[in-house]
Write a protein that binds this ligand. Structure first.
Ligand code: GDP
Ligand code: MG
Length: 710
């Protein structure tokens, strides 16, 4: 006996979890194409179950079946014309009221419908309880709880769908939307007309056709006339007269009146079946939102929060930094004392401990930053920031949703670029990916901390805040330019969801913070270690043999023709030497090291790139550091450390002092910071850009663009 065949259609609001459920049900056996004539994706899958061949169709996500958008037309025509055996309406249980609008419309059609109360977990965690029995009873529709992303409830869903398909009794559907008397009367008359004159010619429920005519539904009108030209036209005339009557009566288009009344019906159902312990929280959220998303006050408050975040990052992070510095110095000292003189010792102390140490000490700053970002996320403020930024983002031609990847970019550009996946439109996604690197990531923070801390003292926090702001402004400009040239197109409309505010839980905050900081640590373990060793090698070879002169002259440079920067560095070292009562062995070591660096490969590289950076007021050491920053931005600082020969057993703030002594001014420090902010993203980010845009061209474009801007 050949297997019986059933078609099951999945309908539901966008983001209700349709695709997740579709994937759960069909696995890999799917066919993706377009709906005929339109560029709306159609997914179909085939499975067999309980002796049936099942075809499962994923309908486009819609909020209603009013044929306004292509998606709505496609979904409704499918239900009307293809007549699937069963329609599963995927309901977002955490958004019952909104989901039920589509549900009641599907229920008005002549089809067998089943509700999947999806996102059951979300509803539960929000403290919402839905009485499935009562919902099923009130609407005469079978109801199954599901959790789409965890593959829960799928068996029961299919079981119920098959049982529904097998049932022969027509659904009772006694309870339905009750419209106002005038509308009900009009529906009644049109229904009668339909039953007596057109019945059998148009295969739709008479009452449904009547309501659609009152709503002035163009597609139904067209089909009516096509099915029964004469009677159809008469019916349209009658409908038009009734519509006019209703319009006069309510001073409003019938469609609007009917929509309102449908929502009234739904509100009643929701009141019956849903109990919520969160109502209070929703009310509190509303009150908070009155202030935080206020048209005028919201924005300055937002700026204040961001500014406070950077202040906190800088000030609170400062104390542990000193402890870590002391620890690193201790480790370097111990290694120096224990190991025999030689290349291996130099590698361990100057390469690994000093290199990695100069970056790891920024861990506290980064932890604080990530903690603040986690706080924004967990309290629900992040969604508000997207909402606030929506208008500004529209200036770039993007909407508020793109702001979340950008905000995450302050932490690390790699997950930020991955977060752009949530954007539906490809152009939006590429544009967001191109501007995200201007969001100054946490790896750049060490550079700012050293430079701003040294050259701007108490105003360092404000200067750093200004840098972040500069990045934001440039990203806006970039967005505008690209939106009107390379990536033309309208921004897609979307519904901004504002979850209720939540008291953040310490545990979840710490987990969030730690998850992201781990990325930083892992990078430390691999990329930065490697980078530090490479920089050390480049600065240690070819190796200079210390001469007696070095020891005799202490820090004075011998032999090589002194150059400006070198002379300044020498002078600084002499000065520091005097402070510490004369030329110690330590001083001699450092003088030798400075000379060594000058003549090493990296010194030569520095001389080579110097002219390019000179107009920016950045000396050769700065230039080399910036080059090394391509590996990872953290390395900029460790390279500066190596090139200025600081770090082994030094007093804290040594790098800052050495920089000041090497002739760096507040202006050139600022120039260096701005360059670090803007120039090409790091290796990991460029890789992410290539992966997420799917194109090497965009990656190269991003590199070229950001560096030219810098
Ligand atoms: P569609 O737009 O209706 O196709 O929705 P998707 O299937 O793409 O799901 C939207 C998002 O909701 C995805 O991130 C899913 O992982 C998630 N999701 C789907 N079902 C559930 C669920 O039952 N619970 C939760 N918490 N998330 C879900
Ligand atoms: Mg989908």
């Amino acid at each position: 006996m050949p297997k019986k065949h059933l078609t099951i259609a999945l309908a539901g609001n966008p983001n209700s979890g349709k695709t997740s459920i579709f994937n759960n049900l069909t696995g890999t056996r799917q066919k993706v194409g377009n709906w005929p004539g339109v560029t709306v994706e159609k997914k179909e899958g085939h499975i067999s179950r309980a002796g049936y061949d099942l075809t499962i169709v994923d309908l486009p996500g819609t909020y209603s079946l009013t044929p306004f958008s292509i998606e709505e037309v496609v979904a409704r025509n499918y239900l009307l014309d293809e007549r699937p055996d069963v329609v599963i309406d995927i309901i977002d249980a955490s958004n019952l009221e909104r989901s039920l609008y589509l549900a009641t419309q599907i229920r008005e059609l002549d089809c067998k419908v089943l509700f999947a109360l999806n996102m059951a977990d979300m509803a539960r965690s929000r403290g919402t309880k839905i009485n499935d029995r009562k919902l099923s009873e009130l609407l005469d529709v079978p109801v199954v709880f599901t959790v789409g992303n965890r593959n829960e409830g799928m068996d029961r869903l299919l079981e119920q769908a098959i049982r529904l398909a097998e049932s022969t009794a027509p659904p009772a559907r006694i309870r339905r939307v009750k419209y106002s008397a005038d509308i009900e009367e009009a529906i009644g008359r049109l229904t009668l007309f339909m039953q007596s004159r057109i019945e059998g010619k148009l295969p739709y429920l008479p009452r449904w056709v009547a309501t659609k005519l009152l709503e002035d539904d163009a597609i139904v009108k067209e089909r009516l006339v096509a099915a029964a030209p004469d009677a159809g036209r008469q019916m349209l005339e009658a409908a038009e007269a009734l519509r006019q009557h209703i319009t006069d009566r309510f001073d409003e288009d019938p469609q609007i009146v009917m929509t309102d009344e449908r929502y009234g019906f739904i509100a009643g159902i929701v009141r019956e079946v849903q109990t919520s312990t969160t109502q209070q929280r929703v009310d509190i959220s509303r009150s908070i939102d009155l202030v935080l998303t206020h048209r005028l006050a919201g924005f300055p408050i937002f700026i204040f929060f961001i500014w406070a975040m950077f202040q906190l990052t800088f000030t609170l992070g400062e104390y542990p930094v000193k402890w870590i510095e002391a620890g690193v110095d201790l480790a370097a000292g111990a290694a120096a004392a224990l190991m025999p003189e030689g290349v291996l010792k130099s590698l361990t102390v100057d390469g690994i401990i000093v290199g990695v140490g100069s970056v790891i000490k920024f861990m506290p700053n980064i932890l604080v930053l990530f903690f603040c970002i986690a706080l924004f996320e967990d309290t629900g403020y992040m969604a508000r920031s997207a909402f606030l930024m929506d208008k500004i983002m529209h200036l770039i031609g993007l909407h508020g949703k793109s702001f979340i990847p950008m905000l995450m970019g302050f932490g690390c550009n790699v997950p930020a670029i991955m977060a752009a996946r949530t954007l539906e439109s490809e152009k939006d996604r590429i544009l967001t990916i191109l501007i995200t690197p201007f969001m100054s990531c946490s790896a750049k923070l060490p550079v700012y901390v050293v430079l701003a801390g040294t050259f701007f003292g108490a105003r360092a926090g404000t200067v750093i805040f200004g840098l972040y702001l500069l990045g934001i402004v440039l990203s806006i400009l970039t967005g505008r330019v690209f939106r009107s040239t390379l990536l033309k197109g309208a921004d897609a409309p979307f519904v901004m969801e504002l979850p209720p505010y939540r008291m953040p839980m310490a545990k979840s905050l710490l987990i969030h913070m730690w998850d992201r900081s781990k990325i930083f640590l892992r990078k430390m373990g691999k990329v930065i270690l490697l980078g530090s060793v490479i920089i050390w090698a480049l600065s240690s070879f070819p190796r200079e043999v210390p001469t007696a002169g070095d020891f005799a002259a202490g820090t004075r440079q011998e032999g090589a023709v002194p150059q400006a920067g070198e002379a300044a560095a020498g002078a600084a070292q002499m000065q520091r030497g005097e402070e510490r009562s004369g030329g110690t062995v330590d001083e001699m070591r450092r003088g030798r090291k400075a000379k060594q660096t000058e003549n090493s490969y990296i010194g030569r590289l520095g001389r080579f790139v110097e002219p390019a950076f000179a107009p920016l007021g950045i000396d050769w050491r700065g230039g080399v550091s910036l080059l090394s920053g391509f590996i990872a931005k953290e390395i900029v600082v460790s390279t500066l450390g190596v090139l200025h020969a600081t770090g082994d057993g030094e007093e804290e703030g040594a790098l800052g002092k050495a920089l000041a002594a090497s002739g760096m001014t507040p202006l050139s420090a600022l120039s260096m910071m701005v360059f670090v902010l803007l120039y090409l993203p790091c290796l990991a980010t460029t890789t992410a850009i290539r992966r997420e845009t799917g194109s090497t061209q965009w990656m190269l474009f991003s590199i070229g663009y950001s560096t030219s801007v810098a």
